[in-house]
Write a protein of this length. Structure first.
Lengths: 439, 439
């Protein structure tokens, strides 16, 4: 389908130049067609997501790419490669949270499309098949389930989820929503995978950064080292004893606020120490509260309820912090005469990004003079599903102001272009001596 | 009225023996007549308080004491002294909180009556007039105003209070309640004092301990060194910035929970340091909470609301802690990028108990082999009003389990007897060489 011809526009002789104007046009169209005064809404398996899928399919077909969908309506847009080796996949999701931003998810798909368009414009094939994947239903705010599209692609979405989880708002079941979008839940229920991890040489997910690091450091892109796993205690409590604030001496107090404060401060110190030792970690007490109706300004607090969220790229670091939590809490229990009750632990397993791919991208950023840094990814992404399937996986973060999941997401197209340039170079040289170690 | 006769019962030759069986009988009668299954209720200027006043008046008259009331219905029961020097007053209040205990307040009045009965039984007069005072309306839960009876006695209860404060429950104004009890609010409004501080040589308030110190240390009584004053920030807040718990690095967080926790821990350290240096102090963060609906387990907290209560016997120590609070908070604001807003400061002035009286009572406890310790009083009491009027003032705490303001108050009559014994000895020797320094 793709025939060799002369390159039309190049910054370096022979280099693939991603089609940023295509991406820019599609970002504008997405904003126009799926946005409103309150922000962007592209409901999972709903109208906005479908508009986005139809748009990128239309553009891919114009570029001469092959379009396929699986039983969960994930969309695969493939530019045929020079050889039949394991494919390069570039992708992300096209749904958004309600009243969200235009870039979370879409940037990854459009980056893939811009790179594919670069190959087409250069009249060249990628070394292997280049598949741009538009993943369905990544934003768990809609169905309260994680990674619906990518798990379905690997055959791990369950019948229980298809029948049991309902979409926020219209309360339509996930299975009904997939079938309404043109999917095939009967096939999903068989658990038969659509994707074969062995046939994927690389899954690359470009994504806007959801934190403030790249803005703070003045860097257009970040090379993600891993997607953090976590352990969480959403319903922890500290039990002390209510007592008169004026009549109860320090030595006999069992002060839940003081004990919880010590825990917060000492867990923070443990975080600092591990971070100083080069470990990836984030420790957050996002909620902490005395009990309304029981606590009073003139009473030593007898109880606090709090939530703890510990994240790391590294399972061992999570284990270290889990042990630290017990040790610190145990000591505070002794000192303060309180009792901690952490409640059930939930969490997720970290997903390491492929070190060889990261190393190769680091070389490319230097060669292309694109300032970049290694960065940890704290939020969940479909890339984690691919990594856990054993697919060599990488993520590129693109600088973005104001966080994500809100209408104020602000990615600049110049930064997007730099990310696409690095990705194009990676694709172009994929499988050569430079990247042999990566696959 | 009082004639010398032979002592009837003495543990030491010549010693005044308080009439504990009288007090014990009155405690029982109080419990029977003002208690119910839910606890004791002696409403300020209500039925229960009136029953209690009538009971002690009846007993005092039986003992040959003189009974008087002032315009606020405070009751003064006087045993005439050998000389006309400034009187000894022993007293406390007879009201209780709703569903409270039998001892808070009443123990002080009955201790005074037991000592007076001891003089009567011994056929002796006290060195100066001994006046047992039953103060009205001390429990601010009823009218939301502090020290109503004792302030009225000194002419400092205001017309605004008489008209403006309403009793919890029946919404009767304080003035109407006083008049209904037989008082004279027209006279109270003149601001003319009933009591002359210069005519009071000692105000002594025996009271159950409301904290756990004496129980913990196995001591029947405590000699109060001062009634703590306070400064309070009931509506303080810490303003940080909400952020993604997984995507926001430590260095850029503005974490309100961490900042508030640091404040709690560092204020506690400042307390410990001042306490180690011999200062009286209590620092309590009784309430602290992230904002429901804003905070989430997966978000760095952008705000906490908290309350701070700092108490000390010593105004200078309060000033030191006020400065510490600003210094510590200022440093944390710098470190954590947050902003503290402490809101309005309320509070009260400390009232020192008379050191010479405390010293004399310490000598007496040793002589009588009554184990005792110096102790700080964290709650407000009428004694503070007398101290601020310049009256030499003291308080004796009596060991009590389970705190106060609840039906489980548990003072043992043996401990009450030890307190009464010390007080009797103090009265007996009042004005002698031993106690000359006290007045």
């Amino acid at each position: 389908m793709i025939h060799a011809s002369e390159p039309t526009a190049l910054t370096r002789p022979g280099a693939i130049v991603p089609d940023i104007s295509l991406a820019s046009r599609l970002f504008d169209e997405l904003r126009r067609r799926t946005g409103g005064p309150g922000g962007i809404t592209r409901t999972s398996y709903g109208l906005g997501e479908q508009i986005a899928h139809d748009m990128v399919r239309r553009e891919a077909l114009r570029l001469g790419m092959r379009a396929e969908t699986d039983a969960a309506c994930n969309l695969y847009l493939t530019l045929e490669g020079e050889t039949g080796g394991p494919a390069i996949m570039i992708g992300s999701h096209l749904d958004s949270v309600p009243s969200g931003g235009n870039f979370d998810g879409a940037a990854g798909v459009l980056a893939g499309l811009a790179v594919a368009a670069g190959f087409v414009a250069a009249g060249r094939r990628p070394p292997v098949d280049l598949t741009v994947m538009a993943v369905r239903a990544e934003e768990s705010t809609w169905f309260g389930a994680s990674y619906i599209g990518s798990r379905a692609a690997f055959g791990t979405l369950t019948s229980d989820e298809l029948d049991g989880v309902l979409r926020a708002g219209d309360r339509i079941s996930l299975g009904a929503a997939i079938d309404a979008a043109g999917g095939d839940t009967a096939r999903i229920r068989t658990g038969q995978p659509y994707l074969d991890p062995a046939r994927i040489g690389l899954f690359l997910e470009p994504h806007i950064e959801q934190g403030p690091v790249l803005v703070a450091e003045g860097l257009p892109i970040g090379l993600v080292t891993g997607i953090r796993g976590s352990f969480r205690h959403r319903h922890a409590a500290c039990h002390g004893t209510y007592a008169h604030s004026g009549a109860t001496p320090k030595s006999v107090r069992q002060d839940a606020v003081l004990a919880t404060s010590r825990l917060v401060v000492e867990m923070d110190a443990a975080w600092q120490a591990l971070q100083d030792a080069g470990r990836d970690l984030a420790v957050t007490f996002g909620q902490s509260a005395t009990v309304p109706g029981e606590a009073a300004f003139s009473k030593v607090a007898g109880r606090t309820d709090f939530a703890l969220d510990v994240r790391s790229e590294d399972s061992e670091t999570l284990d270290v912090m889990r042990a630290e939590l017990r040790r610190i809490a145990g000591r505070i229990e002794q000192q303060e005469g309180v009792r901690f009750e952490f409640g059930p632990e939930t969490g997720s397993t970290p997903a390491k990004m492929n070190p060889a791919v990261i190393a190769e991208m680091a070389v490319l950023t230097e060669r292309l003079d694109v300032p970049a840094r290694a960065i940890s990814c704290g939020a969940g992404h479909d890339a984690a599903v691919f990594a856990r399937q054993g697919v060599p996986t990488a993520m590129v973060f693109i600088r973005n102001r104001n966080g994500s999941h809100n209408p104020d997401e602000a990615m600049e197209i110049a930064d997007f272009a730099k990310a696409a340039e690095v990705i194009a170079a990676l694709c172009e040289t994929w499988g050569s001596a430079d990247t042999a170690a990566a696959a």
